[in-house]
Design a protein around this ligand. Sequence first.
Ligand code: MN
Length: 247
Amino acid sequence: MVGAADKKENEALNDKTLVFPAPPLVVVPVAGGDTHFAVRRIYCVGRNYAAHAREMGGDPDREPPFFFAKPADAVVVALPGQTADIAYPPMTGNVHHEIELVVAIGKAGRDIAVDAALEHVFGYAVGLDMTRRDLQGAMKEKGRPWEIGKAYDQSAPIGPLHAASVTGHPSQGAIWVTVDGAERQRSDIDQLIWNVPETIAHLSRYFELQPGDLIYTGTPEGVAKVERWQTMVGGIDGLGEIQVRMV
Ligand code: MN
């Protein structure tokens, strides 16, 4: 693969030959054991629930899925029964929560057919696509990239991965998030405009998917501001809950 050292090259790369230490692996724990999922890339789907597409000024009936990305090290793991802290990000006065079903890819592929797509899924998790909405909006207006709104540090909280071999492939179930106990978003993952197999099929036409890739599949309606010291609790039926505090 271009840009990535192969195994033999890796052996020659060490503390003596790297000018700085390699960044730490980004991992998400797999529920129910001691194993971890090493994160390669984070892909995200825009406007994938009809009511959210409308609240963002789009037309849910006519738009094919579109994608953006976050760096792997935007991940913050929220362990069950614990509160994960994320820092209120700089250069913004309007940070939004977006509760999302996250798909973890376990098998490489490109141009994946819809009816073969689930074979490429390792598992699922609850995630938050945190967004500096003011910056995203300003970039949107100018036709500029969304990175400063979407791809910032600690913008991708996630709970443990649930292996599809254990939990199956959820195609329906409640998805919700509360902020300081007040419900903000509630829908059902059966309301996804482009479901998981369709999303994988579309995305794999643009990028060769690899084990380690995460796909944040989009958020339902009700996105809103989170202030410092507020706590978000988000969940999806069958995948548990995550608790994340802005500090
Ligand atoms: Mn999103």
